[in-house]
Ligand binder design. Structure first.
Ligand code: MHO
Length: 228
């Protein structure tokens, strides 16, 4: 458990987060989708996409080498548990292999402490029992240096809505640390659903135009697949 006082927010509303939060890191395919999936999950404070586990120093998307695309999640353990995040991990990517995936898209749980290692190992055991015919390729390894990915990969879906993104004045720092950006990045592709979005739109500090815009896309994309 990391104890940090932090400020998470968009210029619209500053979310003062003065709690002990925990961090989780997963490799689960293209990190754009994972960013959106966790970003709009209850209890998630912020997300960052990056590269981890390989040998190249300072990798980039084009020089990723043997690194894996990862999503790093800061979450409030009183609102969502590591085990619930693991359920999302297992339910949202390919890991019982019939086809081979590139190293970049490997299925990996990067644990941050011994407790996470224990809970992750138990969840892997359950997966093995529940899917006896599949060869589960998921690895569980200690987290190593996480290299933050380029800005254009952070909150990728939100950034594709250029006009909305402009109204949030997202800069390099906010793209990595804003709670509001993480939420909207998920809601725009339908994660979390319209009801949850409307329940928290006010708390996110959105104005009416921003709210109506996001609601439209959330409704349109609810239940759909995330493109990557
Ligand atoms: N299909 C996407 C994957 C992006 S990703 C962040 C592309 O080829 O650009 O791995």
């Amino acid at each position: 458990m990391v104890g940090i006082n932090d400020t998470i927010g968009s210029p619209n509303l500053v979310h003062k987060v003065d709690i002990e939060y925990e961090t989780a890191t997963f490799g689960m395919g293209c990190f754009w989708g994972a960013d959106a999936l966790f970003g709009a999950t209850k209890g998630v404070l912020r997300t960052t996409v990056g590269y981890c586990g390989g040998t190249t120093e300072n990798p980039t998307y084009k020089t990723i080498g043997d690194h894996v695309e990862v999503i790093t999640i800061d979450f409030d353990p009183n609102e969502v548990t590591y085990s619930q995040l693991l359920d999302l991990f297992w339910n949202n990517h390919e890991y019982g292999l019939t086809t081979r995936v590139k190293r970049q898209y490997a299925s990996v749980i990067y644990y941050h402490n011994d407790e996470q290692k224990r809970v992750a190992s138990e969840s892997l055991e359950s997966e093995r029992i529940n899917r006896p015919t599949e060869q589960i390729i998921t690895e569980i390894v200690k987290v190593d240096t996480i290299y933050t990915a380029e800005d254009y990969h952070q909150k990728y879906y939100l950034q594709s809505h250029k006009d909305l993104a402009k109204t949030l004045s997202l800069d390099e720092k906010l793209l990595r640390s804003s709670h509001v950006a993480a939420r909207l990045n998920g809601y725009l592709v339908g994660v979390g659903g319209v009801k949850q979005f409307l329940d928290e739109a006010l708390a996110l500090g959105l104005n009416i135009a921003q709210k109506d815009y996001v609601r439209h896309y959330c409704e349109k994309n609810e239940g759909g697949n995330l493109y990557c």
